[in-house]
Design a protein around this ligand. Structure first.
Ligand code: SAM
Length: 231
């Protein structure tokens, strides 16, 4: 059975998806989608030999070779221009996800939906979407096995925005939809994040050499987190 995290990711793919899953590892997601939808087509991209071999094995075991193409390479190098309509990048840090998107920009012409699941630093993805013509259309926050995950959806935008001027910094950090929804999982995540920053500030206070910029950044973030948690 697919993890809850990957099932949420999968729920954002349409019927007849033509997609790439970059950093696919065992290709669980493409296999799940293609097994349940015979009209779906997927590319499973992997940079590392081990996961690439696992992906090939999994696809073969499920006899999905006609639907899932497993390819070895860095990021979007494995797809041809105009080859896919949806893109999934899940289970990595937000900055790695945005660097893959940035490096492969010229492959995104036909990609109307980008589904990301950053393990940390979702903010960098919101910023990348904002600067690259993708409208953040949905966000989900889920807890599984003691971990909290976020799923962020970008759709090729037509100049619309979800951000409000005076709220934008807060919304980029914590997510406009997630702030609105204010779920128990969301609160839990940001209580932990608040603690991390408080702890970091205490440590910095004790240190001899102080990075004032970092202190200011953490203080500002703490203030934003506090505002949202106590609203
Ligand atoms: N996407 C799967 C998931 O969410 O369960 C697997 C996540 S796994 C933690 C991250 C995978 O991304 C690893 O298998 C790693 O080899 C792969 N990866 C990291 N950087 C990559 C890149 N630049 N291009 C392709 N794959 C990459």
């Amino acid at each position: 059975l697919l993890s809850k995290r990957l099932r949420v990711v999968a729920s954002f793919l349409p019927k007849q998806a033509v997609f790439a899953d970059i950093g696919s590892d065992h290709a669980y997601l493409p296999c799940f989608i293609c097994k349940n939808d015979k009209t779906a087509r997927a590319i499973a991209g992997e940079i590392n030999e081990g996961p690439y071999e696992s992906a090939k094995k999994q696809v073969k075991a499920l006899q999905l070779e006609c639907q899932v193409s497993v390819r070895k390479g860095d990021g979007l190098d494995v797809i041809y221009p105009n080859e896919v309509q949806q893109l999934v990048i899940a289970g990595m840090g937000g900055t790695l996800i945005t660097s893959i998107l940035e490096k492969g920009k010229q492959k995104l012409n036909r990609v109307d939906t980008i589904i990301t699941q950053p393990n940390v630093d979702a903010r960098s993805i919101r910023i990348w979407f904002l600067h690259n013509g993708y409208l953040l259309t949905d966000e989900q926050i889920i807890e599984e096995d003691g971990h909290i995950y976020e799923v962020l959806i970008g759709k090729k935008g037509d100049g619309k925005t979800v951000y409000q001027n005076e709220q934008v910094k807060k919304q980029l950090l914590m997510g406009p939809y997630l702030i609105q929804e204010n779920s128990a999982t969301f609160k839990k995540k940001w209580e932990v994040e608040r603690e991390k920053r408080q702890h970091a500030l205490t440590q910095m206070n004790k240190a001899k050499v102080v990075d004032n910029q970092k202190v200011a950044k953490f203080k500002h973030e703490l203030q934003m987190i506090e505002e949202v948690l106590t609203k």
